[in-house]
Write a new protein. Structure first.
Length: 440
C-alpha cells in the first residue's frame, strides 16, 4: 500500500524515522538489503556515505521494495510505502569526526597467541583472521568507525584512518542524485563549517532537506545559533541532529540517555527547525521521550513554518548501529544461503513474474542496479564498485521468509514511533513467506 504522504509530513507530525547506514559504511549488498527492509517498514529517510556506489545500492533497495510490495501485501501484512520516500541523504564533515574514519592495523604484527579481542568486539564483523595470506585484517567496506577495537588491542597497534569530505568535488556529483545532505560538525569549528557551507550552497537547489549534526559539549547551544546565522535565510527544512553518544545504540538501553538529554536541551533553546535524536538511539528511545512528553506533542502547520517555529517536541529519531544490529542475524542467514541461492530457483523465478520486476538483460538472474540509478554525467558509472552488481551477491528478495523476517524486525523498531504496525502480533514470517513462492 502506498501512502500519499511525504517524509516532510512525518517531520511536521513528529514521527520522522531515519535509518543510518553510516557515513563510513560501504558494504554495498548489506546497504541494499537494509534499504529494502526499512523501506517496506516505513522509513522516511536513509542516511548514507557520500559515494555514488552507495547511493546506487540504496536506491536499488528502495526500488526493489516497491517492486515486491504488491506480492508481500496480504490480509496479515500491508507494506506502507510513502509516495515520496524514503529520502536518500548523504553525510559530509567539516573536520575530523568519528563517523568518518576506518580502523586499520597490520595483521602480520599480531602475536600468534593473541586472543583477538578486536575481532570479538567488532559489531560489524569487519575484523577477520584467515590462514590465507593477505586475507586478514580490517575489511574496509564493513568498518564504520565505531572505534571499539582501538583500546582493546594488547599491543596497541590498531589506529583510525580519518578523512574529511571534499565538498567542492562531491556536491555537484552527488546532490542531484539524493534528496538531503547532513553536515557533521563540532563546537569550535565555525570557520570550517562556513567554508563547507559556501562550497555546497550552490548545489542545495537539488535538495529537499538540510541537516546539521553535532554532539553535545560546552557552548553547544551558542555554537548552533552561530551555525543558524551562517545558513540563514534558508528555503529548505532544517533538522538539528542531536548526536548524543555516537554509534552506541547497540550497546544497551542506557546508551540512549545522552541522546534524550541533548535533544531536550536543544528543544529548550528554541532553534528554528526540527530536532531529531541520534547517537545511542535504540528500542527504549521512544518510551523515554514519551515519558518526558517530548514526542508527538506538536504538529507543524505547514512546510514553511519550521524555519520560524520553535518546536515543543522532538520531530523524529535516527537509528544506526541498533537498526543494523536488529537485521544482522537475518542477513547472516542470508549469506549462509548464498550457494543455495546461486541458481536463483525457485524464488527468483517467482519474483521475476511479479508485476513491475524486470530482470537485467545483462544478467538473466539479477536486477540491474544501475538501471534504477542515473548518475549525473560527472560520475563515471563504470567506476561504481561492481560488488553491488555481483551476480553472486545475495539479496533479501531471493529468500522470501528471510525478507519477511527482516521487515518484521525493522517494523518493530519503526512503528513504536509511527504508532502502528503492519503486522499482527501473532504474525509468523514462515507462514507469510510462502506467499512469495508463486506457482511455476
Amino acid at each position: 500500500m502506498t501512502i500519499p504522504r511525504s517524509p516532510l509530513t512525518s517531520l511536521q507530525e513528529g514521527h520522522w524515522f531515519k535509518l543510518i547506514c553510516g557515513a563510513s559504511y560501504h558494504h554495498l549488498p548489506v546497504i541494499r538489503n537494509l534499504a529494502l527492509a526499512y523501506t517496506l517498514a516505513g522509513a522516511d529517510c536513509i542516511d548514507l556515505a557520500a559515494d555514488p556506489a552507495i547511493v546506487a545500492a540504496a536506491r536499488s533497495g528502495v526500488q526493489a521494495a516497491r517492486r515486491v510490495a504488491s506480492a508481500l501485501a496480504t490480509t496479515t501484512f500491508r507494506p506502507r510505502l510513502l509516495a515520496d520516500g524514503p529520502w536518500l541523504m548523504v553525510s559530509l564533515n567539516d573536520g575530523e569526526d568519528p563517523h568518518f574514519r576506518k580502523a586499520a592495523f597490520d595483521p602480520a604484527r599480531c602475536p600468534t597467541d593473541c586472543s583477538r579481542p578486536c575481532e570479538r568486539v567488532c559489531p560489524a564483523q569487519a575484523i577477520v583472521f584467515s590462514q590465507h595470506e593477505g586475507q586478514s585484517g580490517v575489511i574496509d567496506s564493513r568498518c564504520y568507525g565505531c572505534g571499539r577495537c582501538l583500546p582493546v588491542c594488547p599491543i596497541e597497534q590498531i589506529y583510525a584512518r580519518s578523512y574529511v569530505s571534499t565538498p567542492a568535488a562531491i556536491a555537484p556529483q552527488i546532490f542531484p542524485a539524493v534528496d538531503a545532505v547532513e553536515i557533521h560538525t563540532q563546537v569550535g569549528r565555525e570557520q570550517e563549517f562556513q567554508r563547507l557551507w559556501q562550497a555546497i550552497k550552490p548545489e542545495t537547489k537539488h535538495l529537499k532537506l538540510i541537516a546539521i549534526s553535532c554532539p553535545d559539549g560546552e557552548g553547544v547551544i551558542e555554537y548552533l545559533w552561530r551555525l543558524w546565522a551562517i545558513v540563514s535565510p534558508l528555503s529548505l527544512p532544517l533538522i538539528w541532529q542531536t548526536d548524543g553518544r555516537p554509534m552506541s545504540g547497540d550497546i544497551g538501553e542506557g546508551a540512549t540517555a545522552a541522546a534524550v538529554r541533548f535533544g531536550e536541551k536543544v528543544l529548550q533553546a528554541g532553534l528554528p527547525g526540527y530536532v531529531q535524536l541520534a547517537g545511542g538511539t535504540n528500542s527504549s528511545t521512544v518510551q523515554k521521550l514519551r515519558a518526558l512528553r517530548l514526542l508527538n506533542n506538536a504538529v507543524h502547520p505547514s512546510a514553511q513554518a519550521e524555519l520560524t517555529h520553535r518546536p515543543a517536541a522532538v520531530a523524529g529519531i535516527a537509528y544506526g548501529s541498533y537498526a543494523r544490529k536488529l537485521l544482522s542475524p537475518i542477513l547472516e542467514m542470508l549469506d549462509a544461503q548464498e550457494s543455495k541461492l546461486a541458481t536463483r530457483q525457485p524464488e527468483t523465478a517467482a519474483l521475476g513474474r511479479l508485476p513491475g520486476l524486470a530482470l537485467s538483460q545483462a544478467s538473466s538472474d539479477k536486477p540491474n542496479l544501475l538501471s534504477s540509478f542515473s548518475p549525473p554525467e560527472a560520475i563515471d558509472s563504470k567506476a561504481i564498485d561492481l560488488e553491488v552488481m555481483d551476480s553472486n551477491a545475495v539479496y533479501l528478495e531471493d529468500a522470501p521468509e528471510l525478507l519477511l523476517a527482516a521487515v518484521r524486525a525493522a517494523a518493530d523498531l519503526v512503528y513504536p514511533l509511527k504508532g502502528s504496525s503492519p503486522f499482527p502480533e501473532d504474525f509468523s514470517p514462515s507462514s507469510g513467506g510462502a506467499l512469495l513462492a508463486l506457482p511455476s
